[in-house]
Structure formats: structure tokens, C-alpha cells
Design a protein around this ligand. Sequence first.
Ligand code: HEC
Length: 157
Amino acid sequence: MTRPGSPRVSAFALPLAIVAAVTFAACGGGDAPASDAAAGSDASASAAPVAAVSFDPASITDADLALGDSIFHGLIGATSCQSCHGVKGENGSAAPSLADTAWLHTDGSFEGIYKQIAAGVMQPKQFSGVMPPYGGAPLDPQKHRAVAAYVYKLSHK
Ligand code: HEC
């Protein structure tokens, strides 16, 4: 019997029809399909930072800084950097300034700051308290990078 073959064909045909319909809808008028296709590739662009963390300062976006700002000030996540480092990261009562160019532990690079946040500081050099990893509560890679970008920009304006 050839019956098993037929359902298989239609099972493939249906999703293809849906993809075609969605593609038409997404392209709208369809006057310039080539440039629409190029613009459509931003799906891969927005996925890139997640796939591979970039420490090129030029890759820091306003959205990264806005997210980092919220994390630093304890509005997102379960910890607050400002509670130790101060509201602007420059006058902390329990932790050093992050807004100058003097560094105790990191080299002050974007990547160095990123790694320092994950490691925390178990052996403080000037203050009596320690910094737990991530300041106390783990951050996912996107938030981790965003708060590192925010801290990087405090001293690289
Ligand atoms: C519980 C207090 C506390 C919290 C919360 C905290 N830190 Fe720290 N942080 C410290 C201390 C203490 C040090 C090291 C001080 C010393 O060496 O004397 C430090 C050091 C650092 C350094 C290295 C500074 C240098 O000079 O090399 C960075 C970067 C940093 N913290 C970022 C952050 C970020 C970002 C957060 C929030 C995610 C955060 N910290 C939350 C206490 C804290």
C-alpha cells in the first residue's frame, strides 16, 4: 500500500505553507525583498551576544547600560552593588570606588571587570568586608555582562 507515503507528504507541506505565509506577511509590500531579507537577519545579530560574550567596549549598547544600571542599583536581581559601592559607584562605605582609574584587583578592562564580578573579592585590600561572587546572588550571562558594561563605563566615559 502507498498510504503511509501520502500523510508524510502533507505533514511536510503544511509547515512549509505556514512559513511561506509568515514570510509574505513579514515582508509587507514586498517592493524590496532583498533589503527586507537583509533587515530580517537581525535575528542572528541579536542572538550573537548571547552565543559569545563580546568584551569589545564598542559592542556595549544603551540597552546593556540601562540593564546594568538597574542591576547595579538593585532594581533587577537579588543583589545591589550600590549598597557597598555607593549610588554612583564612587563613594562606597564598604567597597572601593569603581568610577576612578585606580584598581585594586582587576586591570579595569571590560573583561577584567566581568571576571572580577563573578569571582568576588575574598581577600580585600583596603576594606574589612569581602565581596561575595556577583555581589551575593548569581546573574545570568546577559545580566552579568550588562552590569560589567555599566561598571566599565563608570571609569571610561
Ligand atoms: C557586600 C558588599 C559588596 C557588594 C554587594 C558588591 N561589592 Fe564589589 N567589592 C566589595 C569589596 C569589599 C571589594 C574589594 C575591596 C578591597 O579590596 O578592599 C569589591 C571590589 C569590587 C571590584 C574590584 C575593584 C578593584 O578596585 O579592583 C569590582 C569590579 C566590583 N567590586 C564590582 C561589583 C559589582 C558590579 C557588584 C554588584 C553586582 C558588586 N561589586 C557588589 C564589596 C561589595
